[in-house]
Design a protein around this ligand. Sequence first.
Ligand code: SAM
Length: 245
Amino acid sequence: MRVKTNNANKDSKGSAHHKARSLFGRRKGRPLKKERREALDNLLPKLQIPKDKLSEKHECNPQDFFTNPLSSYWLEIGFGQGEHIATLSERNPKTGYLGAEPFINGMAAFLKSVEDKPKDNIRVLMDDGMIIARSLAPASLEGIYILNPDPWHKKRHHKRRIINRENLDIFAKILKPGGQLVMTSDVEDLSAWMCTQASNHPDFEWQAQNKNDWSVPPENWIPTRYEQKGAKGSKKMVYLFFKRK
Ligand SMILES: C[S@@+](CC[C@H](N)C(=O)[O-])C[C@H]1O[C@@H](n2cnc3c(N)ncnc32)[C@H](O)[C@@H]1O
């Protein structure tokens, strides 16, 4: 399904409007249970990055999204139900985490899960994560997670894959030198694709020295929901750590 996203730009009067781009994938699933609906209604307005701050002109300092100063900032694109970003934010209260997930059921599950937890260092967008990426200032992030992105198996759909040259250019721009791009998948063809695309990019360097470095999760790795449910049988998880040169 192709859905038009609302990407922010300012018009001549200075008010925010959003350039239409295509976001591939679903935004809605089953109707939300009452407690998830309530979490969405109550918490999203508090944690959502205001769209009018996202100009897609690489002008935003991630600090502007948070009340308290934080030491560094990471972005997770497509966080699903958000268990990875939620655990990280608890482990590292001084680090700011930006997360994007356009699927309302995923966002609602995430918000319900953090309801009773500290969340001063998390901000989210229920939309295309590239809107955040295109808005962040150059060299403003310590790292980017793209964990188990949609594989888009058919060849004619490969151009929909989030890892592509255009988006890698954007990630290279917003990462600090030495910053990390972390990608995972259990889909062999997609893992190879992501590894090739990033290896061929002049600004990224693959950190793996041997097979264990990409086939075994690093110590303290937080498995995502998809990783726990999906990586079974012949499917093999691959963990790709690239460094911004
Ligand atoms: C296969 S799921 C993996 C979810 C989660 N990362 C995990 O490992 O459990 C891929 C997720 O990426 C989200 N997604 C797809 N395109 C996106 C985009 N442009 N920006 C943000 N999220 C996106 C989808 O809605 C979906 O929830």
